[in-house]
Design a protein around this ligand. Structure first.
Ligand SMILES: Nc1ncnc2c1ncn2[C@@H]1O[C@H](COP(=O)(O)OP(=O)(O)O)[C@@H](O)[C@H]1O
Ligand SMILES: CC(=O)OP(=O)(O)O
Ligand SMILES: [Mg+2]
Length: 408
């Protein structure tokens, strides 16, 4: 920990990571970074919502509840109730702040920020460029503020880490005046994860972050790649919104922009319908009906051709970005896999690196098969470029940034 308060000051931080249909949360004690409770509410808005709450201190039992949770506000109230039942409630005087993941911070927010009405208004203004995420983040902030109006509420932005990108990487090749008038540029997302994982990868290599160049592949439901040179992001695959780049669970990633005009002009779809198609009915789910890589692997093992094609499209895109960012960086020290798919799906890692021996990249089958929560190398000994798996921890990183801001 960078900052240490006086012995009587509150030391706990609650982190809320509100996604489009889920809320993940962690309560941490920042004296040592220990997690006191973790949990998630998923499938918010459906009949089959599920809350899983795990207290790690205080002796409470892990609990799972199912049944409709209608919206994010209800989800957060349920979370507050679970924490209170373990004596870890939001009314605790030990709570120093609440840290919120905010997906889009535009050009203005390049660092963690204490939220006031004006910051809230700016996050709201950015809703059109993060339509699946910023509305959920706003509900999280408003609900938490209503429960503890006296506490600092801190926003930690997905976009912040990417603000170091050079202008030629951030700019789209469209008319400059139009782009500037509407603030159209590459912003990039998952930055908290890319920052945390690139630093942890340097540590795994026994080097300072300033001395290493890494390609980070964050493969969760949303997925993005980044090229990080000496600790600074120099390019990333997501753009104005979290729709561009890699193939994702339900999002298309890169498509010819003219696909949109074609669907509007020729297929007669509305703009909102195309938006929903590309964000919610594309990617793995659009290709084969499933967005969970576990299910896709199971279907492939049964000989399912559509699942095979979905996997191949996913891996092909990933391989293209590895090659592109290799070229952008010039020298690569490590290619690092993280998030749900990256940490768990050995066949994705194997297939993405296969055939890249000329680039000094290879995966050792035995190492790749190991399951672990620890950062680890999966490349063979003496490989020119390391290939690694580094579990991400966006919540810990958000807690650290939140706490550092409020104790100073
Ligand atoms: N054991 C596993 N094998 C393959 N894929 C997995 C495994 N566990 C999780 N995943 C994948 O990880 C995805 C979720 O990743 P996660 O990083 O938790 O996403 P998000 O934070 O965007 O909700 C799941 O949809 C699934 O595809
Ligand atoms: C920005 C983004 O895509 O986030 P998530 O992976 O949580 O959907
Ligand atoms: Mg995630």
């Amino acid at each position: 920990m960078t900052a240490r308060p006086s012995s009587s000051a509150p030391t706990r931080v609650l982190v809320l990571n509100s996604g489009s249909s889920s809320v993940k949360y962690q309560l941490l004690d920042m004296r040592d970074g220990a997690r006191l409770a973790v949990g998630l509410v998923e499938r918010i808005g459906e009949e089959t919502s599920r809350l899983v709450h795990t207290p790690l201190r205080g002796g409470g039992e892990k609990r799972e509840r199912t049944g409709a949770v209608p919206d994010h506000a209800a989800a957060l109230k349920a979370v507050a109730g679970e924490l209170a039942a373990d004596g870890l409630g939001l009314d605790s005087p030990e709570l120093a702040a609440i840290g919120h993941r905010v997906v889009h911070g535009g050009l203005r927010f390049t660092a963690p920020t204490v939220i006031d009405d004006e910051v809230l208004a700016e996050i709201e203004r950015l809703v059109p460029v993060a339509p699946l995420h910023n509305p959920a983040n706003l509900i999280g902030i408003r609900t938490a503020t209503a429960l503890r109006p006296d506490l600092p509420q801190v926003a930690v932005f997905d976009t912040a880490f990417h603000t170091t990108m050079p202008e030629y990487a951030a700019r789209y090749a469209i008319d400059v005046e139009t782009a500037d008038a509407h603030r159209i540029r590459r912003y990039g997302f998952h930055g908290t994860s890319h920052a945390y994982v690139s630093r942890a990868a340097a540590e795994l290599l026994g080097k300072a972050p300033e001395d290493v160049n890494v390609i980070v592949l964050h493969l969760g439901n949303g997925a993005s790649a980044s090229a990080v040179a000496g600790g600074r992001c120099v390019d990333t695959s997501m753009g104005l919104t979290p729709l561009e780049g890699l193939v994702m669970g339900t999002r298309s990633g890169d498509v010819d922009p003219a696909v949109t005009f074609h669907l509007v002009r020729v297929a007669g779809m509305s703009t909102d319908e195309v938006d929903a198609l590309l964000n919610k009915r594309s990617g793995l789910v659009g290709l084969c009906g499933d967005n969970d890589m576990r299910e896709i692997r199971r279907r492939i093992d049964e000989g399912d051709e559509r699942a095979r094609l979905a996997f191949d499209v996913y891996v092909h895109r990933l391989k293209k970005y590895i090659g592109a960012y290799y070229a952008v960086l010039g020298r690569v020290d490590a290619v690092v896999f993280t998030a749900g798919v990256g940490e768990n799906a050995a066949p994705v890692r194997e297939a993405a690196i296969a055939g890249l021996e000329e680039l000094g990249l290879a995966v050792d089958a035995g190492r790749n098969a190991v399951r672990s929560d620890e950062p680890r190398l999966i490349s063979p000994d003496h490989a020119r470029v390391a290939v690694a798996v580094v579990p991400t921890d966006e919540e810990l990183e958000i807690a650290r940034q939140t706490y550092a801001l409020v104790v100073d």
